[in-house]
Ligand binder design. Structure first.
Ligand code: GLY
Length: 286
């Protein structure tokens, strides 16, 4: 029997790991914990970068990215630029379990969602719409660097590890822009034998370095989850010292149950649920 655990990016990940923990402590599966945990953030209109509450693209349209990976089977499901959907992680899970493909985008993802009973719904909250109108009125031509993904990693009592993530992506992005989150290996990765990782921050940088896969490979070579996260950040800085102030953050979970995070920010908070309860922890730049 493994000790169950769930960790998630950001302080807004705390209610998500709490929900994941309820499922895990009742003997539930890591896949359910990840999906239902992420749904909590997706449905919260106060989370300004995920699901209902997230920010639209430059045309005022919500385009969601989400993905899930099962560390036992390596099954993956991913959706990108999915419109009219508040809970894209549930569509990503359906892709992994009910679709012969791994990743669906835009209209194709929307079509598939409908076959799963996910009818069109307005995913643009009043607050996000007001913010978008202000952005337009200010004559802004650039996207805003607000792209805080929820990444959630869970291990259940069978030792199965699942990674998931969901985001509306960079605020006011170019229509069709896809970040790191739905890209397997970049936004997330899971392998029962080595661990799981998820990233958050500037996806246009993160996706160049397959950071989640890299963190998992460091754990496979014997690093703890914390050391693996730090080594990913160190690798990036070695390659690009001029980008030392990029917004890059990641979390990781090892099959032994140790967890970690690392950041290029001054501070990066993340949610943890384990046998010691549910809490927010913070790592600082190292
Ligand atoms: N990390 C989320 C994004 O850049 O879309």
């Amino acid at each position: 029997m493994s000790e169950s655990i769930a960790i998630a990016t950001w302080e807004f990940g705390v209610p998500s790991v709490r929900r994941a923990g309820e499922i895990l402590s009742a003997g539930g599966a890591a896949m359910d914990a990840v999906e239902k945990g992420i749904n909590v953030a997706e449905l919260d209109p106060e989370v300004p970068s995920v699901g209902f509450g997230g920010m639209p693209n430059a045309a005022g349209v919500m385009e969601m990215d989400a993905a899930v990976m099962d560390g036992r089977t390596h099954a993956v499901g991913s959706v990108a630029a999915l419109k009219d959907c508040k809970m894209p992680i549930s569509v990503a899970r359906a892709v992994s379990e009910k679709c012969r493909h791994s990743m669906l985008v835009s209209n194709g993802a929307r079509q598939f969602a409908e076959t799963q009973g996910v009818t069109r719904e307005n995913a643009l909250s009043e607050k996000a719409s007001e913010k978008y109108q202000r952005w337009l009125a200010d004559g802004n031509a650039k996207p805003e660097f607000m792209h805080d993904t929820i990444g959630l990693l869970a291990m259940d009592s069978s030792g199965d590890i699942v990674a998931g993530c969901s985001t509306s992506g960079m605020a006011f992005k170019h229509p069709g822009r896809v970040g790191d989150s739905p890209l397997i290996g970049s936004g997330l990765y899971a392998d029962n034998a080595a661990g799981a990782a998820a990233t958050t921050g500037n996806g246009d940088e993160i996706l160049k370095f397959c950071m989640s896969f890299l963190a998992v490979e460091f754990m496979r070579s014997g690093e703890t989850a914390m050391a693996a996260c730090r080594k990913v950040i160190e690798r990036f800085i070695q390659m690009h010292p001029e980008k030392e102030n990029e917004d890059i953050n990641l979390i990781a979970l090892s099959p032994k149950g140790d967890y970690g995070a690392a950041t290029l920010r001054k501070k990066f908070p993340f949610g943890v649920w384990d046998d010691e309860g549910c809490r927010c922890e913070t790592v600082t730049r190292h």
